[in-house]
Design a protein around this ligand. Structure first.
Ligand code: SOE
Length: 380
C-alpha cells in the first residue's frame, strides 16, 4: 500500500489528449519516486456512456460520469482535467474552480483571450492550483534550451524562428466537426492552426525569449467549404488553414513564425531556432532527443554546429528514465507535466504555464488573427 497522498483525478473528455494525460497519471510515480502525491484515476466523463465506460475499462478509471457538472460536484474529486474541444474549456474550468477543484486544462486555454480571462479570474479567486498542458516545454531538449538561454550563453538574442507544419487536412473530402475533426470547425476550436499549433510555438517562445510586443500576420483558408459532420451539409470553413507572422519581442529580437496543415510530407514538424550574439540553438520535434548548438567561442578549427543527444542523467528529467544513450519520446512530456504539477502541490510554487501564462499566449494569438484580418500591425 502506498504511503503517498492520493490526488483524485476527474478527467473530462476521452479523445487523443485524454489518453496522453491518463498515461501521464499512470506512469508518474513509477519513474518519479520522490513525489508526495499519487494520482488516482477516480472518474472519466464523456457524453456517451458506453464510450466513456470503454475508456474507463481500458485505462483503469474507477467510475464514469456523462454530465461534467456531476463530476465537478463530486466530493471525492480533487482535480478536474479538461480534455474537451476548446469551446467547453471555459465553462468547465470556471465551474471547477468555483467548486474548489484544482484545474488542469489542455491547450489552448480557450478559443480567445476574452474567453480565457474569466478562467484566469476564477482560478485566481478560488486560489486553486492550475496549469495548461503546453507539453513541449517538457521535452528534455527544450527544457535544456531554456537553461542555456537563461545562463546567458547565447548573449543578446537577435532572432527567434519557429515552424509547426502538418499535412493532414489537404483532402477536400475531410468533413469539419465531430471527434478529432472539431479542429476544423471554428465554432468549436476558435481558430485553426493559430490556436492549435502556433499556440505551442508562442508558448515556447515566450518562455524562452520573453514577451511578444506586436505582430504582423497573414492567414489563408485553402479549402473554403467542407461538409459539417453535424448537419451533413457543406458549410463555409472559417478556420485559418495556414498562418505566418512576424513580430518584435520585448527584448529587441525579431520573431518569424509559420504554421500550416498543408505542408505535404510534414506530420508534426515543430522546429525552433534562436540566434544570439555568441551562440545559437535549434530543435526539431521529429528528432526530439537532440539539441543543436553552435558556440562562436569554440576553437575556430573545430567550430561548427554540434548535436547534443539529451539522454544523460544530469540533463533535464533524464535521471528519472533509463541509462545514458537511451531515448524517451512524446508521451514522456505529459509524465513530466504531471510530475511537475504534483511537485508544485508540495512546494506551493505554481506549475508553469499557469492559466495566467496561457492568457498571454491567447493574447498573442488574438493579435495574430486580428492582424491577418485587418492586414495591419497589431500590438499584443
Ligand atoms: C493537431 O493535429 C495536434 O494534435 C494538436 O492539437 C496538438 O496540440 C499537437 O501537439 C499535435 O497536433
Amino acid at each position: 500500500m502506498s504511503d503517498k497522498k492520493p490526488l483524485n483525478i476527474g478527467l473530462v473528455g476521452y479523445g487523443f489528449m485524454g489518453r496522453t494525460h491518463s498515461n501521464g497519471y499512470k506512469r508518474v510515480n513509477d519513474f518519479f519516486g520522490d513525489l508526495e502525491y499519487r494520482p488516482v484515476l477516480k472518474a472519466v466523463c464523456g457524453r456517451t456512456q458506453d464510450k466513456a465506460q470503454a475508456f474507463a475499462d481500458q485505462w483503469g478509471y474507477e467510475s464514469v460520469e456523462t454530465d461534467w457538472k456531476k463530476l465537478v460536484a463530486r466530493a471525492d474529486i480533487d482535480a478536474i482535467d479538461i480534455c474537451t474541444p476548446n469551446d467547453q474549456h471555459a465553462e468547465v474550468a470556471i465551474a471547477a474552480a468555483k467548486a474548489g477543484k484544482m484545474v488542469l486544462c489542455e491547450k489552448p486555454l480557450a478559443r480567445t483571450a476574452a474567453e480565457s480571462e474569466p478562467m484566469v479570474a476564477a482560478v485566481e479567486e478560488a486560489k486553486v492550483p492550475n496549469t495548461v498542458w503546453y507539453n513541449y516545454r517538457r521535452v528534455p531538449a527544450v527544457t535544456l534550451a531554456k537553461q542555456i538561454v537563461d545562463s546567458g550563453k547565447l548573449g543578446k538574442i537577435f532572432h527567434y524562428r519557429a515552424n509547426f507544419l502538418q499535412d493532414w487536412t489537404i483532402s477536400a473530402d475531410l468533413p469539419q466537426g465531430g471527434a478529432g475533426l472539431w479542429r476544423l470547425d471554428a465554432a468549436a476550436a476558435g481558430s485553426g492552426v493559430t490556436g492549435d499549433l502556433l499556440a505551442h510555438c508562442i508558448d515556447t517562445a515566450i518562455w524562452l525569449n520573453g514577451s511578444i510586443k506586436d505582430v504582423s500576420a497573414m492567414t489563408e483558408t485553402f479549402i473554403k467549404e467542407r461538409v459539417h459532420t453535424a448537419t451533413g451539409e457543406k458549410q463555409a470553413v472559417t478556420i485559418d488553414d495556414a498562418c505566418l507572422f512576424h513580430c518584435h519581442f520585448a527584448n529587441g529580437s525579431l520573431g518569424l513564425f509559420e504554421s500550416t496543415r498543408y505542408a505535404r510530407g510534414h506530420k508534426a514538424l515543430y522546429t525552433f531556432e534562436i540566434n544570439g550574439e555568441h551562440a545559437s540553438i535549434r530543435w526539431d520535434l521529429h528528432d526530439l532527443n537532440r539539441l543543436e548548438y553552435f558556440d562562436h567561442s569554440d576553437d575556430s578549427i573545430v567550430r561548427g554546429w554540434r548535436t547534443v543527444h539529451i539522454t544523460d542523467g544530469d540533463q533535464p528529467y533524464m535521471g528519472h528514465w533509463w541509462v545514458p544513450g537511451l531515448c524517451i519520446g512524446y508521451e514522456h512530456t505529459f509524465v513530466h507535466q504531471v510530475a511537475d504539477f504534483l511537485k508544485s502541490l508540495s512546494t506551493g510554487e505554481p506549475c508553469r504555464p499557469t492559466f495566467r501564462d496561457a492568457l498571454e499566449t491567447a493574447r498573442v494569438c488574438d493579435a495574430v488573427l486580428a492582424s491577418a484580418a485587418e492586414r495591419a500591425w497589431k500590438n499584443v
